[in-house]
Each structure stands twice: as structure tokens, then as C-alpha cells.
Design a protein around this ligand. Structure first.
Ligand SMILES: Cc1cc2nc3c(=O)[nH]c(=O)nc-3n(C[C@H](O)[C@H](O)[C@H](O)COP(=O)(O)OP(=O)(O)OC[C@H]3O[C@@H](n4cnc5c(N)ncnc54)[C@H](O)[C@@H]3O)c2cc1C
Length: 482
């Protein structure tokens, strides 16, 4: 059947824009990128808290086919990355393909038409292929703290930063993850006082950020990528690499925190990397400033303007910042997508996200999920996997053109991939490191967010589309495969 567009891409972050660029370069023009916001950039458009920056070297944080030749710092500030995404969208001619202010509200596979029927905030749309590029760190997770709704001052999640925040306030920060470690040192520069509520301490490694001198050559991307990828070895539990990484983190803590009592409070009881390892040279020094308090327990209530911690300590604050992370293992978009036989992705993923190649899902023909199940990297740039996924989608489109389709991965292929992921994850710090993290689905205890291997291996296996694991299109969901 004739659809409104050949490919509907949902999301204009790095993944959606990277795919758009490659589609254009391949001469494909029948696509639209639907974005609920009014600009491209995703993560880097939305996170504008003070200190926001990437935490892997900037040189790795651009597409290999569109390198940014002049990052200003070793770890680029968020605004610079946002500008990079904008520049890509402009230089690759994506303007006619972008539909801003257009939120996907539903997508249903129509078997008779072999097409996706989308509903959006701006009306319906049909497409042959649907690609979700909605991100995995885009839906803020807000903790349920009794009384939070009655807090009289400003309260916001780190991804909804209040740009008009005046100086000289008493600020409470809930959380000690990647965003908190970046924003607390900056907030402390302007606040009258800061209290940081820590449920679990993070492991923090030295960062070594600095500005590049004018004209200074950027580091060699390929060499840096190879070096970064070797860090996967430190995520395998019980290895010498893991022990060496722990020694680096402990040395950083010892060097920056002389007081043994404070050091004890800041020492995690789990393996480095089990939760995301953080990079900062000013986190520990900030916590030791006289106007900054580290509260080593989680908030249990808000009473008026008083934040009550599990320890019983009470802190009066003017502003409450929730640096509490994102909905990761149960992505909200999964409720919107209904595949063959009327099953939603959320139902298919009732025990945690699964896929083949981290990109395709049985029962969901002509659907490609970017940056979804087991597509993240705990040790390297997210773009390493996203770029390979983009190549996979391009190959699948060529196959569809030649073969007609639709393309639906077999249940066996998905099960085999899931078994492989589970087997490989079993030996990693993500499952053996003794922590609770957003990488692991609490319903099944499975590692569902990360690819449990080196990025180079993922690229070698999946950057080129292989049609072998795709089933004939006449099989019912759950029916035995031929
Ligand atoms: C603060 C922060 C720092 C990070 N630092 C790093 C780092 O240093 N290195 C690294 O590798 N990764 C980092 N990440 C992870 C980062 O999210 C990824 O690297 C990358 O930006 C993901 O791109 P994306 O396009 O997949 O998703 P996103 O950037 O999240 O983009 C998704 C887009 O989809 C849109 N969207 C969502 N739902 C809908 C809908 N229903 N309809 C229409 N549009 C929709 C959103 O508005 C958004 O624009 C960081 C994340 C955060 C939050």
C-alpha cells in the first residue's frame, strides 16, 4: 500500500538525526523525523543544568562520518554538543524532514496493509517502516517522597532546570549520580548552602578536563576509541583490569578526602562500574566546602520547607533539585507501540526489554529501536552502538526494497540473542558487582540496558544488516517457526 512516508523516525536526538543524515546520504528522501519538542538535540537540548557536559572524551562524541573538528574541551559542554546536533541537521539538509511539536501518541502495525499507523499530537500518519529513536534517558524519574507536592519553594528535576534560579539560596540536591556530580560543584559556587542527600555513594574517577588551546589538534578518534573500548575488560568481574580500576578510584578518593570518617561515607560497597562510574575532579572537594553538607541517607519526607532524611536529620531549604535519573528499564514509549496480534512492546517486554541485535523485536515487523534494549555502553560512547544501528537500518531498508518484506525477526533469533546477552552479562560487574542500578531490570534481574561486550564487536556483527534471522511474514506471534 502507499503510505504517507516510507520511514517514520521518532525522536530528533543524536540517534534520529544521525539516521536522518545517513538516509539523505543514501538518497532516501521519503522520511519524516517526528519530534515532540521544537528543536533537535534530545539529551543535549533538554539538560541545561550548570556543569552539563559529556563524560566520555568529546572526540568520541560525534559520528565518525561527521566528525566535529574543534571541540573546545576534552569533555565538551552540553551546549556545544547541542550545537553539533543542530549543525548536523542543517548541513545534512534535514529541515524538510523534521516535524517539530509532534509527539508520537500511538503506533499500530496493520497487517493487511503491512504498514504502521501512527497517531501523533498533530494527526495521523502511515509509514512502511517505523524507527524509534526516543532515547533511554529522556523520561525523568521523580521519587515518591511524601509531602513533596507541598514544598513551598521551587522543586524541579535536573532535566527541567530552572534557568532563573537566583544566587544565595539554600539548595537541597537529591541524588549522587552522573547529573548530581556535574551540577553540585556549579550550584555550590552560587548557593548560600547546599545539602546533598546520598542514598548510595558513586565511584568517582579522575576527569582531567581542560580546554584545547586554539589550533591544538584534537586527539585521534580511532586510537581513542580503541583505548576506551579496552575499558570493557574492567567491567568483567574478578579480572586484573577490574582491580586496577578500583585502585584508581580508591586512590582518587584518598588523595581528595583526607578525613577517614568522610572517606568511609563516600566509599561504595559495590564494584566500580556496577553503577555508572563517574568522572570528576571537583566532586569530593565541593563536598568538603564549609557551606556544603553531605547527608548520607535518602529523603523520606518533605515537611513544609524542611527536607527530612532517613537518618532523622532535617534540612530547611529554599530549592529542591531532584537529580534522580530517568525511567530506563521500562521505557514509556513501549506502551505506545502495538505490533502484530495486538501486543504492545510493553507487554512483550513485561519481564524486561529483549531484542535481536539490540534493534529488532519479534512480533513487531518493520520496527527498528535505536538506543533501546542492550544498546547502551557502560564504558564507552553511546554513539558507537547507535552508529552501527543506523547502518543496520540502512541495510534493512535496502533488503526491503529488494525483497518486499515485511521484515520480522524470528522468535528463535530473539531468544538466542537474549540467551547470549544473559550469558555474557552474568560475568560482568553489572550483575555481580553487588549494586542496584538502572542498567538492570528489577522484574527479571536481567541486564537490559547495556551491550555486555566491546563496542567494536557489536559494530563488526551488526553494522551490516543480515537478513538470515528474519522469519517469513505469515507466522503468528508465538507460533513455532519453520
Ligand atoms: C545528562 C546526560 C549526560 C550524558 N552524557 C553522556 C556521555 O557523556 N556519553 C554518552 O555516550 N552518553 C551520554 N548520555 C546518554 C545520551 O542520552 C546518549 O549519548 C544520546 O544523547 C542519546 O541520543 P538519542 O537520540 O538516542 O536520545 P535522546 O537524546 O534522548 O533523544 C530522544 C528524542 O526523542 C524525543 N521523543 C521522545 N519521545 C517522543 C515521542 N513520543 N514523540 C516524539 N518525540 C519523542 C525526545 O524529545 C528527544 O528529542 C548522557 C545522558 C544524559 C541525560
Amino acid at each position: 500500500m502507499n503510505t504517507d512516508v516510507d520511514v517514520a523516525v521518532v525522536g530528533a536526538g543524536l540517534a534520529g538525526i544521525g539516521l536522518g543524515a545517513r538516509l539523505r546520504r543514501a538518497g532516501r528522501t521519503g522520511f519524516k523525523i517526528l519530534e515532540r519538542a521544537d528543536d533537535v538535540g534530545g539529551t543535549w537540548r533538554d539538560n541545561v543544568y550548570p556543569g552539563v557536559a559529556c563524560d566520555i572524551p568529546s572526540a568520541l562524541y560525534s559520528y565518525s562520518f561527521l566528525p566535529q573538528p574543534a571541540w573546545s574541551r576534552v569533555f565538551a559542554p552540553g551546549a556545544e554538543i547541542h550545537q553539533y546536533v543542530r549543525d548536523v541537521a542543517r548541513s545534512e539538509g534535514l529541515a524538510p524532514h523534521l516535524r517539530f511539536g509532534t509527539e508520537l501518541t500511538g503506533a499500530r502495525w496493520n497487517e493487511n496493509e503491512a504498514a504502521w499507523h501512527l497517531t501523533t499530537s498533530r494527526g495521523p500518519l502511515t509509514s512502511r517502516v517505523l524507527v524509534t529513536a526516543v532515547g533511554r534517558l529522556s523520561e525523568p524519574r521523580v521519587p515518591e517522597i511524601p509531602g513533596l507536592g507541598t514544598f513551598p519553594g521551587r522543586v524541579f528535576h535536573s532535566v527541567r532546570w530552572d534557568r532563573d534560579l537566583p544566587a544565595g539560596l539554600r539548595v537541597g540536591v537529591v541524588g549522587t549520580g552522573a547529573s548530581a556530580v556535574q551540577l553540585v560543584p556549579e550550584v555550590a559556587r552560587r548557593a548560600a548552602s547546599v545539602v546533598v542527600l546520598q542514598r548510595t555513594p558513586p565511584w568517582v574517577l579522575p576527569r582531567g578536563d581542560r580546554a584545547y588551546a586554539p589550533g591544538e589538534a584534537q586527539p585521534d578518534r580511532a586510537a581513542l576509541a580503541e583505548e576506551a573500548d579496552r575499558l570493557f575488560d574492567a567491567r568483567v568481574a574478578g579480572t586484573a583490569a577490574e582491580a586496577a580500576l578500583r585502585e584508581r578510584a580508591e586512590a582518587h578518593l584518598r588523595a581528595q578526602v583526607p578525613d577517614p570518617a568522610l572517606r568511609a561515607v563516600l566509599t561504595p560497597d559495590y564494584a566500580v562500574g556496577c553503577k555508572r562510574a563517574l568522572f570528576s575532579d571537583d566532586w569530593y572537594p565541593t563536598l568538603q566546602q564549609p557551606h556544603v553538607t553531605l547527608e548520607p541517607s535518602a529523603p523520606v519526607a518533605v515537611e513544609g520547607s524542611v527536607l527530612v532524611a532517613a537518618s532523622g536529620a532535617r534540612y530547611e531549604v529554599d530549592v529542591l533539585v531532584l537529580a534522580t535519573g530517568f525511567e530506563t528499564t521500562r521505557p514509556p514509549f513501549a506502551h505506545l507501540v502495538t505490533g502484530r496480534g495486538g501486543q504492545t512492546l510493553a507487554e512483550h517486554w513485561a519481564d524486561g526489554m529483549t531484542s535481536h541485535a539490540s534493534t529488532v523485536v519479534h512480533g513487531f515487523p518493520n520496527l527498528f529501536v535505536l538506543d533501546g534494549p542492550n544498546a547502551g555502553l557502560g564504558h564507552h560512547s553511546a554513539l558507537e552502538v547507535i552508529e552501527a544501528q543506523v547502518g543496520y537500518v540502512l541495510g534493512a531498508l535496502d533488503h526491503l526494497d529488494a525483497d518486499g518484506g515485511p521484515l520480522e525477526v524470528s522468535a528463535e533469533a530473539e531468544a538466542a540473542y537474549t540467551r547470549e546477552v544473559d550469558r555474557r552479562a552474568a560475568g560482568t560487574v553489572w550483575l555481580r558487582g553487588g549494586c542496584r542500578s538502572w542498567y538492570v531490570d528489577e522484574r527479571s534481574g536481567r541486564l537490559t540496558l547495556l551491550w555486555p561486550g566491546r563496542a567494536a564487536e557489536y559494530r563488526e556483527r551488526f553494522a551490516v544488516f543480515d537478513p538470515t534471522p528474519f522469519a517469513p511474514d505469515d507466522c503468528a506471534v508465538g507460533a513455532p517457526r519453520r
